[in-house]
Design a protein around this ligand. Structure first.
Ligand code: NAD
Ligand code: TYD
Length: 359
């Protein structure tokens, strides 16, 4: 049975990945989820897997090498899937330091711990051990012209402290692959959306604000473009890269779902109105009047767009959920999980750990 060490599994993509993996492999794998539970970590995301015999949660900081080495000492880890990071660009502009600590130093700790556990005396590595570093398309910078795309060969050109820290972590993984032949892959993915996304990011923020009749803040002219991928497609891509990809390679994962932010907001408003029953009183305030143009983000990247040609050609992955369908699934999930949103916005979700694990 393969044992996975997932970092950051209490966050948005990590928790979706854990759900996906248990759905796919059931009892044939074991997952250890290590997460510091920052503001972005929410164990409620994992409520329906937490009692499984093949799932373990460890609260630890990835920068704490002692805690991470201990996990490797006590378990025969076969796969590392490294999600843990500070992930919000606006926060990185206000406070870059924690981004460098977690994203750069934390990744170094993870690499060193896996290397120490997996390296043999002759400098080669135990068979069938693999590390996957989850990264972002933001490392490639901003595309200014239509028809241009990010390829795996596109030079790195990060602009925000977030993307600079992720670029640095990618470089460390590359250095370990080149220097030690450390068995790893890197994936660079476009913007994700779906269940369990923290409502500081565009899509859940707009859904939540619209439902509550609050303003919908649009940065700048609203014409910045992001390439949106339904989170389960990302989870599937990560697993396919780790099992079917060539070691030491980078794979871009992306949606072919390019949209301007203002288009996203209109689609959300229309979909909310379409999905809410006529008698729902919230329908009265869900309209374009909520849209509010605000000061632009500093250094705001104009356009991201992934060319997922390599992962499609080599591995057969492609985005299965187009935006029109994915946004309906996402909104339906938020309708069915109003408690989750209420707990996140009130801060109550942070009590869950104390209740579940410190009884
Ligand atoms: P998130 O902010 O929702 O979750 C991050 C998780 O990491 C949280 O559970 C948090 O508690 C944990 N964490 C943070 N610092 C930690 C530390 N020092 N030690 C242990 N755990 C820590 O992020 P997300 O959106 O799920 O993103 C996950 C990964 O995917 C990140 O590496 C991000 O760069 C990458 N990524 C995200 C997107 C996106 O659209 N969200 C797109 C491409 C790549
Ligand atoms: P975000 O979800 O923060 O992801 P990223 O910056 O990593 O792409 O933002 C997506 C886009 O939406 C980005 O162009 C910034 C914009 N945006 C707004 O216009 N208003 C908002 O309130 C937020 C959070 C983002």
């Amino acid at each position: 049975m393969r044992t996975y060490l997932v970092t950051g599994g209490a966050g948005f993509i990590g928790s979706n990945y854990i759900h996906y993996m248990f759905k796919k492999y059931g009892d044939d794998i074991r997952i250890i989820n290590v997460d510091k539970l920052t503001y972005a970590g929410n164990l409620e995301n994992l409520r329906d897997v937490e009692n499984r015999d093949n799932y373990t949660f460890v609260r630890a900081d990835i920068c704490d090498s002692e805690a991470i080495n201990k996990i490797f000492d006590e378990n025969d880890i076969d796969r590392v899937v490294h999600f843990a990071a500070e992930s919000h660009v606006d926060r990185s502009i206000r406070n870059p330091e924690v981004f460098v600590k977690t994203n750069v130093l934390g990744t170094l700790v993870m690499l060193n711990a896996a290397k120490a556990a997996w390296e043999l005396e002759d400098g080669t590595f135990k068979a069938d051990k693999k590390f996957l570093h989850v990264s972002t398309d933001e490392v490639y910078g901003s595309l200014e012209n239509e028809g241009e795309y990010f390829y795996e060969t596109t030079p790195y050109d990060p602009h925000s402290p977030y993307s600079a820290s992720k670029a640095s972590s990618d470089m460390l993984v590359k250095a370990y692959m080149d220097t030690y032949k450390f068995p790893a892959n890197i994936t660079n993915c476009s913007n994700n959306y779906g269940p369990y996304q923290f409502p500081e990011k565009l899509i859940p923020l707009i859904i939540n604000n619209a439902l509550n009749g609050r303003k919908l803040p649009v940065y700048g002219d609203g014409k910045n473009v992001r390439d949106w991928l339904y989170v389960e497609d990302h989870a599937k891509g990560i697993d396919m890269v780790q099992e079917q990809g060539r070691l030491f390679e980078t794979y871009n994962i992306g949606g072919h779902n390019e949209k301007q932010n203002i288009e996203i907001i209109h689609i959300i408003l229309d979909t909310l109105n379409e999905m809410l029953p006529d008698e729902d009183p919230r329908k009265a305030h869900i309209n374009e009047e909520l849209i509010t143009y605000v000061e632009d983000r500093k250094g705001h990247d104009r356009r991201y767009a992934i060319a997922p040609d390599k992962i499609k050609a080599e591995i057969g992955w492609y985005p299965e959920t187009m935006f029109a369908e994915g946004i309906k699934k996402t909104i339906k999930w938020y309708f069915e999980h109003e408690d989750w949103m209420a707990n996140v916005t009130s801060g109550d979700y942070q009590k869950y750990y104390e209740e579940m694990y410190r009884k």
